[in-house]
Design a protein around this ligand. Structure first.
Ligand code: ATP
Ligand code: MG
Length: 483
């Protein structure tokens, strides 16, 4: 490819130079001929004039003398009388020659002015340059073979052509270097365009200088970068769509699974009761108890799912107002106190005195706290303790719920807030859990512009933290503050 561009450029340059050479040749030939003829006419006229001055009587000059004079003047000498008759000629017999009165140069000389003409000689048959000057009793004519003019002009022309051609050598070298430079850049850019066409948008051209090639390279690089960004964006969106689709499928599978277990249990025990167990006082109350337990479980599950979808889709209307976080913690603690007492679990609060009021939806924060306290109680063995509290953290207040329970293995921590994620599925289900509690917590905290995190060590206990805005300015932008 480089070779073809190079050859085309070089052929173009050579063609141009050849055209220039032909033009130079055409004009120099014309000019050289003109200049040479002018100077020859001048010289010959001067010689003819000198001879005219020297000649007293043209009739007295014999042919030997005419030859000598012609040799000295470097031409052919003809002496013509006023009536046009030739008295002597250095190279022909005058008696044989016709009357010359009509020859243009003679006519002009006889009229008193030097004259000249170029024509084929009637006597010798070859072209001559004739120059004539008036003299006493007639005219003196000198003739030079025209071939001499042609030879001289050819020599001048050859010299000019050679020197012009030599002058073109550096031009050709420069043109060749330029052609190589251009063809290389073209080849690089074409190869690059090929890469882009093939989908490799990571390919980049080395940008050199501010030439048109440099600018083109920069433009192509920018285009490639734009394409690359667009492709990456699309890939990102595509994988995000795939991720969402996976989550949706998982969710459907999880929900159906969670619904199936209690439903199957209700169905099984109902059939057993209908088949006769209803009349059996040993079993009927126990089976009804199981049915109620599963029905409650279903109710809790559907309620959790509804809450989650409301919070996720931001349909839950939150009313932000200043609240005392200590008060909210105490209220939530009071609600779980009887359950904790049943498991001999101590409940304590630990509130930093400098904690400001928080801007929050009171009901939502109670929901968050009761989910965390519910977990802490569920996963803490009898005799353990649970501490809940808060302290200031810049424009936020950080709230925590700490337990001395089972703890969570490090590998489970990153996924803990996902929907349906449970560390020990069997145990959680046994405790009536569905794995939606922390997911609801995360979304409710997010709706307050806050963040959740967890620290935990197996056998030592876990601490869940979440932040709430301490001032109105830290609230989410889109929420309208009630009150
Ligand atoms: N304080 C804790 N100590 C130990 N493990 C915990 C604690 N809190 C949560 N976990 C683990 O995280 C999992 C997810 O908690 P999450 O509250 O989302 O679900 P759940 O309690 O199982 O069910 P529910 O939807 O009824 O709350 C739990 O199943 C449990 O394995
Ligand atoms: Mg829970």
């Amino acid at each position: 490819m480089t070779g073809r561009i190079f050859l085309k450029l070089i052929a173009g340059v050579l063609g141009l130079l050849l055209l220039a050479l032909l033009t130079v040749d055409y004009f120099t030939t014309r000019v050289a001929k003109q200049v040479y003829i002018d100077s020859l006419v001048r010289q010959a006229t001067d010689k003819a004039r000198t001879l005219a001055l020297l000649l007293d009587d043209i009739g007295a000059v014999g042919q030997p003398a005419a030859r000598a004079m012609a040799a000295a003047a470097g031409g052919r000498l003809t002496l013509v009388r006023s009536d046009g008759r030739v008295t002597v000629d250095s190279e022909a017999d005058a008696a044989q020659m016709e009357n010359h009165a009509a020859r243009p140069e003679i006519r002009q000389a006889l009229a008193g002015e030097p004259g000249w003409a170029i024509r084929r000689s009637g006597t010798l048959g070859i072209p001559f340059l004739y120059v004539a000057a008036p003299c006493r009793g007639g005219a003196v004519r000198l003739a030079v073979p025209y071939a001499q003019v042609e030879t001289q002009v050819a020599q001048i022309r050859a010299k000019i052509l050679i020197s012009t051609a030599l002058a073109f050598v550096p031009a050709i070298l420069v043109a060749a270097l330029l052609a190589r430079w251009i063809s290389r850049h073209f080849a690089t850019i074409m190869a690059h365009a090929g890469e882009l066409a093939g989908g490799n948008f990571r390919a980049r051209l080395a940008v050199t200088g501010g030439s048109e090639f440099g600018q083109l390279s920069r433009t192509l690089n920018d285009t490639a970068a734009n394409l690359q960004r667009t492709v990456e964006q699309l890939q990102l969106e595509h994988s995000e769509l795939e991720r969402l689709e996976r989550i949706r499928k998982d969710f459907v599978i999880n929900v159906s699974h969670e619904l199936r277990t209690p439903l199957a249990s209700i169905q099984g025990y109902t059939e057993t009761l209908l088949d006769g167990a209803l009349a059996d006082p040993q079993y009927n109350m126990r089976f009804l108890g199981i049915i109620r337990h599963n029905a409650e479980r279903l109710a809790r599950l559907t309620e959790d799912l509804l809450t989650l979808s409301r919070v996720e889709q931001k349909r839950q209307k939150l009313e932000f107002e200043p609240h005392s976080i200590g008060g909210l913690i105490e209220e939530s603690m009071d609600l779980v106190r009887p359950i904790a007492a049943k498991s001999s679990i101590r409940l304590e609060t630990e509130l930093d005195a400098a904690t400001p009021e928080v801007w929050c939806d009171g009901e939502a924060v109670s929901q968050i706290l009761s989910n965390l306290l519910d977990n802490a109680i569920k996963y803490t063995p009898a005799g353990g303790s649970i501490v809940a509290g808060a302290y200031p953290a810049g424009r936020f207040v950080e709230v925590f719920v700490r337990d001395s329970g089972a703890g969570i293995p490090a590998e489970d921590l990153p996924r803990l807030f996902e929907r349906f994620y449970r560390v020990d599925k069997a145990r959680s289900r046994e405790l009536g859990g569905t794995g939606l509690g922390l997911s609801i917590v995360k979304h409710l905290v997010g709706a307050h512009n806050g963040t959740v995190r967890v620290e935990s060590r197996v056998q030592e206990g876990s601490t869940f933290f979440f932040t709430l805005p301490a001032e109105e300015a830290a609230l989410p932008k889109e929420t309208a503050v009630a009150g």
